[in-house]
Design a protein around this ligand. Structure first.
Ligand SMILES: Cc1cc2nc3c(=O)[nH]c(=O)nc-3n(C[C@H](O)[C@H](O)[C@H](O)COP(=O)(O)OP(=O)(O)OC[C@H]3O[C@@H](n4cnc5c(N)ncnc54)[C@H](O)[C@@H]3O)c2cc1C
Length: 273
C-alpha cells in the first residue's frame, strides 16, 4: 500500500512539501524498486504546471513530471535528447518515467542527465521561499547527493535551444535493448567555418556524477580543425591520465578504454582525425 498526498497544483504541492516529511514521487519507476517502508509520498504526476514542455528565447523548458514518452512525441525536444530518451528501458518505463525523476534519482547512469550535462542545462528549483536556477553540474554534488533542500521540488530543466545540432551519442549497455548504461557518451561541437567555437564531451555511468573536463575541452576551442588535429594526441593523453573511473559491473580499465575509444571516435567523426 503506497501512502501519500495527491496535490493538484504546484502551490499545494509546495505547501505539503514544506509542512510534512514526504518523498516526491513522479513516475515511481525508481522508487518502486527501492520499496521504502513507512514513507509518505508526494505524488507529482497530476500537477499541470510540471507536465508542460515550453520554449522561451534561450531554452526548451521541460517540466519535471514530463514523461519520456511525452518528450518523444513532442516536436520541441531536440534530436539528441530524443535519441538518448528512446534508449531508456522499454515503453512501459518510458510512459511513467519522468525527467524530474531521472534527475532526482541522482544517478550518473541516468540517460537524460548525460544530455543535460553535455548541453550545460540548468535546473529550476522551487519552494515556498521562491525559486533558484542552478547549473546541472552544480546541482550534482556526488553520487546520490543533490543540491536540493528538503522543502524544494525540481520544477523544470532548462535545455539550451542552440548548440545541440552537431552531436555524437553512444550508449554502451550489456545488451542492445533494455540496458542500463555501462558507459554512455555524448559529444557536441559548434563550428564557425573551419574554427571550433565550442566543444563538449560528457561521460555517463563511469563515476559518481556525469564526467566532463571543461579545461581540456577549452584546449580545442578557437583552433582550426588542422590545429586541433595537431594537438589531439596531447589532449587525449591528458584525458587518459585524469580519468579515474569507478568499478561497476565491469572493470574500471574496461570502462576507461571504452571512454577513450568513444572520445576518439567523436573527434574523428567531427573532422579532428
Ligand atoms: C526496469 C527499469 C529500467 C530502467 N532503465 C533505465 C534506463 O535505461 N535509463 C535511465 O536513465 N533510467 C532507467 N531506469 C530508471 C528510471 O526509470 C528513471 O530514472 C526515471 O527517469 C525515473 O523517473 P520517475 O518519474 O519514475 O522517478 P521516481 O521513481 O518517481 O523518483 C525518482 C527520484 O527522484 C525524486 N523526484 C522525482 N521527481 C522529483 C521532483 N520534481 N523534485 C524533486 N525530487 C523528485 C524522487 O523523490 C526519487 O528520489 C530504469 C528503471 C527500471 C525500473
Amino acid at each position: 500500500m503506497v501512502n501519500g498526498y495527491k496535490p493538484s497544483s504546484l502551490q499545494e504541492a509546495l505547501e505539503i512539501r514544506a509542512a510534512k516529511d514526504v518523498v516526491p514521487y513522479a513516475g515511481g519507476t525508481d522508487l518502486m524498486v527501492e520499496n521504502r517502508q513507512g514513507v509518505s509520498y508526494l505524488f507529482l504526476s497530476k500537477i499541470p504546471e510540471l507536465k508542460e514542455i515550453r520554449l522561451d528565447d534561450e531554452y526548451v523548458r521541460i517540466g519535471a513530471a514530463v514523461t519520456f514518452t511525452q518528450a518523444l512525441e513532442s516536436s520541441l525536444i531536440p534530436p539528441l535528447m530524443k535519441e538518448a530518451v528512446s534508449r531508456i528501458a522499454a515503453p512501459a518505463i518510458r510512459n511513467a518515467g519522468t525527467f524530474g525523476g531521472n534527475i532526482g534519482n541522482g544517478s550518473a547512469k541516468a540517460d537524460s542527465v548525460l544530455i543535460h550535462f553535455v548541453a550545460d542545462a540548468k535546473v529550476r528549483l522551487v519552494s515556498l521561499r521562491g525559486e533558484r536556477i542552478v547549473d546541472i553540474g552544480q546541482f550534482y554534488k556526488g553520487r546520490k547527493a543533490l543540491d536540493l533542500a528538503s522543502d524544494e521540488l525540481i520544477a523544470e530543466v532548462l535545455l539550451p535551444r542552440t548548440g545541440l545540432e552537431n552531436y555524437y551519442y553512444k550508449k554502451v549497455g550489456g545488451r542492445n535493448a533494455l540496458a542500463i548504461s555501462r558507459v554512455s557518451f555524448a559529444g557536441l561541437i559548434v563550428m564557425d567555418g573551419d574554427v571550433i567555437r565550442h566543444i563538449a564531451a560528457a561521460f555517463g555511468a563511469v563515476s559518481g556524477t556525469v564526467l566532463r573536463m571543461r579545461d581540456l575541452e577549452k584546449m580545442f576551442e578557437g583552433k582550426t580543425l588542422a590545429e586541433a588535429k595537431a594537438c589531439k594526441d596531447e589532449i587525449l593523453s591528458l584525458y587518459a591520465s585524469r580519468m579515474e573511473l569507478t568499478r561497476g559491473r565491469v572493470s574500471a580499465e574496461y570502462r576507461k578504454a571504452v571512454c577513450m575509444n568513444l572520445l576518439k571516435d567523436f573527434l574523428e567523426e567531427k573532422g579532428i582525425s
